[in-house]
Design a protein around this ligand. Sequence first.
Ligand code: SAM
Length: 286
Amino acid sequence: MLAKPRNTIEIINKYSFVFQKKYGQNFLIDTHVLEKIVRTADISKDDFVLEIGPGIGSLTQYLCESAREVVAVEIDKRLIPILEDTLSAYDNITILNEDILKFDIEGLVKNYNNNRPIKVVANLPYYITTPIIMDLFEKHIPLAGVTIMIQREVADRIQARPGTKEYGALSLAVQYYAKPYIAANVPPNCFMPRPKVGSAVINLTPHTESPYQVKDEALLFSLIRASFNQRRKTLVNGIYNFEGLSFSKEEIVEALEFLELSKDIRGETMTLGQFVEMANYLSKYI
Ligand code: SAM
């Protein structure tokens, strides 16, 4: 297994590979963690898996063993010949040298999987954590599940409940689309080189049917962003001062009264259901 530290070192030396910080290159060197990721993703021979950032292929090996087909998208062209070497035993892998943030994931699902839901599995480069998660959901990519290694602190924010200090726009945005579950906390010594922060494996299971009936999704997300833009402000002031929203204070207070909430409430105590009701109420003033 590539992820054994001595095997990783052997590949690094064989190709004189130099880690690039800007690409968030922290390779996994703990086989238990890799097994945990694959178990959490619940991959079977029916599954089509998109891996983001395969590195030298440590996680990819496990994915190729358990999935029907794997497509791995890697930005660093120096890793392509390495991956062609380390994954040469598998015929169910396609390696693409692309930037995932510019990559047409919708096209991939269409052309490679007949638009059927895919699983996304990755030890993510941390600098793209939020954009990639939001991209997957906002573009309504057909997803059967997302299992990713991310910073511990971001995982806590995603899973946070109202009234906690971690709760914010990211918690609400992700929970609108999916049910988050932290499967494992992973310390820095499981990576080479070691990252400065702790990590976590999080699973996001998209809602099969949305629990929320939203009239105007864009308005909902603007309200959420406005409410957490300046955390110490009341919700009324946050929304009133937010560029891009033009409700009067009276309209915002009226919405809160309709929801039977105090006009001094802050966003951090409001549930997603309350944000949805508020957006639905205010949509008549747009
Ligand atoms: N999957 C490997 C592992 O677990 O050992 C490597 C994970 S490492 C944290 C992140 C990988 O993502 C690196 O190989 C890096 O080059 C790649 N990467 C960084 N930015 C990327 C991007 N925008 N698109 C695709 N891959 C990217």
